[in-house]
Design a protein around this ligand. Sequence first.
Ligand code: ATP
Length: 461
Amino acid sequence: MNEKENNKMDKIVSLCKRRGFVFQGSEIYGGLRGTWDLGPLGVALNNNLKREWWKMFVDGREDMYGLDASILMNGKVWDASGHTGAGFCDPLVEDTETGERYRADHLLKDAGHEADGLSLEEIDAIIVDNKIVSPNGNPLSPARQFNLMFESRIGATAGDEGRVYLRPETAQGIFVNFKNVVDTMSPKMPFGIAQIGKAFRNEIAPREFLFRVREFEQMEIEYFIKEAAWKDEFEKLRGDIKKWHTHLGLSEDNIREYEVPDNDLAHYSKRTIDFEYNYPGKGFDELCGFAYRTDHDLKNHMEASGVSMEYIEPDGSRYVPHVLEPSFGIGRAITAVLCEAYTEDEMNGDVRTYLKLPKHLAPNRVAVSPLLKNKPELVEKAREVFTMLKTEFGNVAWDDNGNVGKRYRRQDEIGTPHCIVIDFDTLGQEAPEHTDTVTVRDRDTGEQERVAISDLIQKLK
Ligand code: ATP
C-alpha cells in the first residue's frame, strides 16, 4: 500500500479526534485497547446510519420484524451455538521474550502464507519451517486456541448456573426469540428478524481504528426461508445489501464480494460472501458478512432446549426453517463511509479538506449563522431561520464562531452539506430585492446562491 493511502487513514483518524467524532476509550487513564468512544458528531453519524438501516431493512419492508434482546443470556445459549467450544477461538502465539500476544493466522498472512482453516499443528509447522518470528524479532510460542468471549458471573450464583458471557454477536438473541416472534406476530414465510446492538469479542490484537475492536455494534438479520428457496432468496438479499452500500455513498469500485471458498466455509454454511471495502492503507478487507447458515442454529437450539423451533404452515405442514444471515458491523461501515467521504481539493488557492457525506448521514444537516455575531438584528433574524430549520430537520447547527470563512472550513470538515448565512441583505438594508433571502453555500462546490427564507426548506430537501 502506498504512503499516500496510509496518510489518508492517519488524516481521517486525526480529523475524527480533532472534530469530535471518535475519542480513544478511557483516554485520560491512558486508554483501554480495543475501545473507542463516540463524540458528539460520531454519535450523530452512528445514529443516522442505524436509522437509515432500520428504515431500509425493517420499516421499509413488510417481511421484517424488529427485536432488541438482552446482551446477557443464559450460558446454555452459547453452548448450543458452539461459541463456548473451539468454533469461536482464534489461534494465539506469544512473543517468548516480551509475552506480547498475536493472532497466529495474522502473522502467517503477513509473512505471505495461507492461514485460514489450519490446525494448531499446521500453524506451528509453518512457523518453524519458515522461521517466522514476532514483530519484535523474537521467537514465538507454540500456537494455542483462545476463546473470544468475555466471561462473567451473575450475582452470587455458584456453579454453572451463574456463568454468563457478553454476547459476541447479536444473532443468537434472534434465534432464541424465533418462537416468540412466530407466536406473537404470525409471520408468513419467508420473513426476517432484525436487531441492532452491542457485541463484545476479546480480540487478541485489536487494531486499525474501528476495524477490529473489543466492543462494537452490529446490525444483523436472520431471514427465515424454506430450504428449497434458498438460492433465490440469497440473490434477493444480496441485491439488498448492494443497495445498502450504495445508500451509504460507497462507490462500486471500492466494494468487492469475496466468495468464501468451500474448504473455508463453516461446516454448517453452504455459501458465504464477505463484502469487502477497499480501506486506504489496508486494501480490501471485510465490511460485512452474508451467510446461508442452513437450519443449523434453530436445530441446535431445538435440541438443547427441548423447545420446538418448527414453523407451521397454514396447511398444517411443519419444518425447521433455514436461514440467511446478513451481518453488518457499524464501526466498519462508519470507517468505510468516512474513507469514501474524505476529500481534499483546492479552493481559493488553499488546500481544503471536506467530508462528502450523503445528506442522510451528515451529523449536521445544515449550519446557520449570522454574518456578524455582535449585531443583534442579524442574530435575531438568524435565530428565526435556525428555529424554523431545526423544527423541520432536527440536526441543525448554530455556528457563530470566528469569521464566515472559518465557519465554512469547519463545517466542510465535518461534512455539513449546506451553510446558511444571514447578512444585511436579508434585513433589506442593502439591495431591497434581497430582503428575506439568505446565502446558501454548497459544501461540495463552494458555490453560493440567494434563496428566499420561505423557499429554504423545500430547497434543502
Ligand atoms: P473478521 O474475520 O474480520 O474477524 P468475522 O468474520 O469474525 O470478522 P463476523 O463474525 O462475520 O466477523 O461478524 C459480522 C460483522 O461484525 C463483521 O463483518 C464486522 O463488520 C463486524 N465485526 C466482527 N468483529 C469485529 C470486531 N472485532 N470489531 C469491529 N467489527 C467487528
